[in-house]
Write a protein that binds this ligand. Structure first.
Ligand SMILES: [Zn+2]
Length: 449
């Protein structure tokens, strides 16, 4: 046998395509370099896309608007999230009630720590704003309700004036306003940017599935080729993860999230009484065991002169004698990716190191920088989840499209090779080798043997 095979090797290498000089025995072609260097091409295009995003962001950053200056900050009249009567505050003061609700309702991390708490008791009539949201992980649809109520807590006898703003697209958001059946002004908002969150979750689920599959094979929990049930399940891990994620995202997105929103009394200028408690004091009292009772007693002492007839409820506000300067910027690409707001008390001078903290909110993450001393300054840099999600999805799309493109080129080459082989053509250039066909088929059968 060995003696018979030796000349055929020589004969095979002797047969070449007259067009491109490839050996006629060639059964495969080298894929083009974008296919072989698929990862490199993906990284290169991702870098170009990232460069474009950075350039657009630098270009899109707006000029500073004129800062708003307030000579001094008055009380902003607010209703706490829950209604409190004077007898209830008395129960907090004696310690009969201590559930942390009162101090939680009054605490406000956004005001300067030197701001003083004012309190009063007023009838419950006032304005309230409530929200109902759909969409997860990013909000897609928002319903906002604004109205004046006889009772801002019970939401009785609503009335609202229609909005003068036009309905339609405002940037990436579609807005439709109307007065609803109960008399409230309903604002429907559809955020097209919010649609990016779901697909991003699916891409992440696909990645998690692939990681799980790899782990299961590496830890030999399942095998790559043995046809047991668990092996087949392991193979399908990415698809199963995507399906589970799609179901989860759909259920979470359809479930409405109702927020209490905020309310303030219609008595815009009530007889405020200063409690002598600052925002910093409230933060400290929240940590103490009897802190809530001390805060309740301060409210009672301050409002002892206020007539607290039945049907009046606690309202509160923050006040400062020192003026503040506010600056606000919003910009980036896609639109309003980054927000920057700075609040500075007049005659602020930097002393000591600022305190930096991260704040996660419903629709953004913010880095808050606080300087303190005799005067205060807060700066907040926040990134909108909606804009960040649409940006991340765009970058994922660049990566996936490049990968799919390379795969498609590879698939086309393989299919063409198979067709040329079947027709007896040169796999490299497609030259018809049928004149050499007989020998070639013979060679092929020998190679396959
Ligand atoms: Zn050829």
């Amino acid at each position: 046998m060995k003696d018979n095979e030796a000349p055929s090797e020589a004969a095979r290498s002797a047969l070449v395509c007259p067009e491109c000089a490839s050996p006629a025995s060639l059964r495969e072609v080298h894929p083009p370099w974008p296919v072989r260097r698929r990862r490199l091409v993906q990284f290169a295009l991702l870098l170009i896309a990232l460069g474009y995003v950075v350039w657009r962001n630098v270009e899109a950053w707006p000029v500073l608007p004129t800062p708003t200056v307030r000579a001094s900050v008055p009380y902003f009249a607010d209703f706490p999230s829950h209604r409190y009567t004077r007898p209830e505050i008395e129960r907090y003061a004696t310690g009969k009630l201590s559930d942390g609700r009162l101090i939680g309702d009054l605490y406000n991390a956004d005001v300067f720590s030197s701001f003083e708490l004012g309190a009063t008791f007023v009838p419950p009539s006032g304005s309230a704003t409530d929200f109902r949201r759909y969409g997860w992980p990013t909000m897609i649809v928002l319903y906002r309700y604004d109205a004046e109520y006889d009772d801002a807590y019970a939401k009785t006898n609503a009335s609202a004036r229609p909005s003068s703003l036009r309905n339609g697209w405002w940037g990436w958001t579609y807005i439709f306003k109307r007065i609803d059946a109960t008399g409230r002004r309903e604002t429907f908002m559809f955020s097209s940017k919010g649609l990016a969150g779901g697909p991003l979750m699916l891409i992440a689920a696909w990645g998690v599935g692939r990681l799980l599959r790899w782990l299961v094979f590496v830890l030999r929990i399942a095998s790559r080729d043995r046809p047991r049930k668990r092996d087949r399940l392991a193979h399908r891990a990415p698809v199963l993860c995507v399906v589970a994620c799609a179901i989860g995202v759909t259920i979470a997105s359809l479930r409405p999230r109702i927020d209490p929103g905020y309310a303030f009394p219609s008595t815009l200028n009530p007889a405020w009484s200063n409690t002598g408690v600052t925002a910093a004091d409230v933060a400290q009292l929240a940590e103490k065991p009897m802190g809530e009772a001390i805060l309740a007693q301060a409210i009672l002492d301050a409002t002892s002169g206020v007539a607290s007839t039945p049907g009046t409820y606690l309202a509160f506000g923050w006040r400062s004698e020192i003026g503040t300067i506010h600056t606000y910027e919003s910009g980036g690409w896609p639109a309003s990716l980054v927000h920057k707001s700075v609040g500075e008390q007049q005659d602020f001078e930097a002393s000591g190191r600022p305190e930096i903290s991260l704040k996660f909110r419903r629709a953004s993450v913010a880095a808050v920088v606080r300087w303190s001393g005799t005067r205060e300054r807060n700066a907040r840099y926040s990134v909108s989840f909606h804009s960040a999600a649409s940006l991340a999805l765009g970058l994922c799309a660049v990566w996936i499209a490049t990968g799919l493109g390379a795969w498609l080129v590879g698939w086309t080459v393989r299919r063409r090779t198979a067709q040329r082989l079947a027709r007896g053509w040169c796999v490299q250039c497609g030259y018809n080798l049928s004149g050499l066909g007989g020998q070639r088929r013979g060679l092929d059968s020998r190679v396959n043997r």
